[in-house]
Design a protein around this ligand. Structure first.
Ligand SMILES: *[C@@H]1O[C@H](CO)[C@@H](O)[C@H](O)[C@H]1NC(C)=O
Ligand SMILES: *[C@@H]1O[C@H](CO)[C@@H](O)[C@H](O)[C@H]1NC(C)=O
Ligand SMILES: *[C@@H]1O[C@H](CO)[C@@H](O)[C@H](O)[C@H]1NC(C)=O
Ligand SMILES: *[C@@H]1O[C@H](CO)[C@@H](O)[C@H](O)[C@H]1NC(C)=O
Length: 473
């Protein structure tokens, strides 16, 4: 479970350990990149794993690197609560479901609406008739003006069982409604992110599912009733000097599910009948049907939808500098820069920039003006996958350069320059078979060291690379 959930979670921060882990000693650009991840806050079952604990941890550190954070939740959580999600573990889905639903922390990645926040009001929503004080969602107009709570589509479409005996606690009231629908015809209900986060969904399937009451109780007690902070509420920009919010885009990502009763006993009583994906500007189901909705400007990182990842763009100010460069090494030929692009609060900011087919880009959104002395940056990496973005060599290179820039006494710009990217480590040098020499001769040279087993290994960074680094200040 613990290893499984890690894939949904993770806020990870980088401490200022640069001097110890990475040095430029004249000839070498060395560094133990794995140590750059100072703190990883895994979503470990019942232990301190909620976003508030992550928040407090990263506030002690500066800068704050937030990678692939599902800031508005992950729709896969919902899949896990209904049919189990084994995260690759060798357990049956039913067992995975039982495990998932018995942990209070399971719900913290529940998708929720960015237009709703917690508020103390009297509500009878959770309290089965007894009036007591509750934090419930208060939603602003936008929630009702736009469909789907700002997500691309409804997160759950579920068929309610038509067979009356399906569940013993089946109520008469529901029988009456079902008979209106027609005997044996299942009813399909759809739920948006708001309706999942506020308990409407679990309430609606309560009579057909023994886990519902427990999930409702957890939702109420641990989340909406949390006196300190309800995690199912949009994050403000964390109060750090430097925020780097980094995520992958443009992968096919699950954004909604169809469920139906499976006819099997609990915990296998639901079966997923279809999945809705966001990809390349449209929404379609696994079975191939296009569906209507609000697809975003991009798609997510395969695990978390784009709207949830990109929520941190709200932390950028009214003017944003946008730069798009290829991810691979380049000499600046395909670098696009738009300065002071207008950013309207609450709206996505999408650059009007070109893309060559088959080139993977990294798009940087940077603001060093709106908050005096503070910087906010958002990096979007094409096709970077949620599960391995923290190990991506491109991300590691960019983080290293950014930190190297930040501590450099002669830096002239607020962020590291994007003008060119050459090989910086021996690993970045490789053999160019077409030209029969090391690629990037300006940066790499052939230098055999005993033990090398192929040509590429003997291509090493030239000793002048420290001077090359100066062009990144
Ligand atoms: C919301 O959904 C309703 C019903 O499907 C539709 O009539 C309306 O145009 C939608 N509104 C927006 C803003 O998409
Ligand atoms: C059944 O229908 C009545 C009236 O149409 C409605 O007030 C009630 O909320 C419905 N109950 C359920 C469980 O949907
Ligand atoms: C995008 O840029 C192109 C050329 O740079 C321009 O013709 C077009 O009007 C721009 N589109 C928008 C929506 O700004
Ligand atoms: C954009 O870049 C320019 C030039 O480097 C800089 O002067 C300006 O402050 C930047 N704008 C923002 C919003 O950071």
């Amino acid at each position: 479970m613990s290893s499984g959930l890690k894939l949904i979670a993770v806020v990870f921060a980088v401490v200022g350990v640069l001097d110890k882990t990475a040095v430029v000693n004249g000839s070498q650009f060395t560094g133990d990149y794995s140590k750059l991840s100072g703190i990883i806050i895994p979503d470990h079952a019942e232990c301190k794993s909620r976003p508030d604990s992550g928040l407090s941890a990263i506030t002690e550190l500066d800068p704050g690197y937030i990678t692939g954070a599902p800031l508005l939740g992950s729709v896969q959580t919902v899949e896990a609560t209904l049919s189990g999600f084994t995260f690759g573990l060798p357990v049956p889905e039913g067992t995975a479901r039982l495990m998932f639903n018995s942990f209070g922390s399971s719900l913290w990645m529940t998708p929720f609406s960015e237009y709703c926040t917690s508020e103390n009001v009297y509500s009878k929503h959770f309290s089965s008739g007894r009036r007591k004080k509750h934090n419930v969602y208060h939603c602003d107009d936008l929630e009702y003006r736009f469909n789907y709570s700002g997500f691309p589509t409804n997160i759950i479409n579920i068929e309610i069982p038509s067979v009356v005996e399906a569940y013993p606690s089946f109520e008469d009231e529901m029988q009456a409604n079902l008979s209106k629908v027609g005997c044996g015809v299942p009813t399909q209900l759809s739920f948006s992110a708001r309706e999942i986060a506020d308990g409407t969904f679990f309430k609606a399937i309560e009579d057909y599912d023994p886990d519902s009451k427990r999930l409702l109780y957890q939702l109420d007690k641990l989340y909406h009733g949390d006196p300190v902070m309800n995690p199912l509420t949009p994050w403000e920009r964390p109060p750090l000097k430097n925020i780097f919010c980094i995520y992958g885009v443009d992968s096919r990502t699950e954004v909604g599910y169809y469920f139906a009763p499976s006819g099997k006993p609990y915990p296998d009583n639901w079966i997923m009948t279809d999945v809705v994906y966001e990809f390349e500007g449209s929404l379609y189901t696994r079975s191939g049907n296009l569906i209507e909705g609000n697809p975003g400007a991009a798609s997510g990182d395969e695990t978390v939808p784009y709207n949830s990842l990109s929520y941190c763009k709200n932390w950028l100010g009214p003017k944003v500098n946008i730069t798009r460069t290829p991810q691979s090494e380049h000499e600046g030929e395909d670098v696009q820069v738009h300065l002071d692009v207008e950013h309207h609060p609450g709206a996505d900011i999408i650059p009007n920039m070109t893309r060559s087919p088959r080139v993977k880009y990294i798009t940087y959104y940077e603001d060093s003006e709106s908050l005096p002395g503070q910087r906010t940056a958002v990096w979007e990496l094409d096709k970077a996958n949620h599960r391995n973005i923290v190990r991506s060599p491109i991300l590691m290179r960019e983080l290293w350069l950014e930190m190297w820039h930040d501590i450099h006494p002669d830096k002239k710009s607020k962020f590291v320059t994007k003008g060119k990217r050459g090989p910086l480590r021996d690993e970045d040098c490789y053999w160019d078979y077409g030209k029969a020499r090391c690629a990037w001769p300006e940066y790499c040279e052939y230098r055999y060291v005993f033990g090398d087993v192929h040509l590429g290994q003997s291509c090493r960074v030239r000793s002048s690379s420290a001077d090359l680094l100066l062009s990144y200040v």
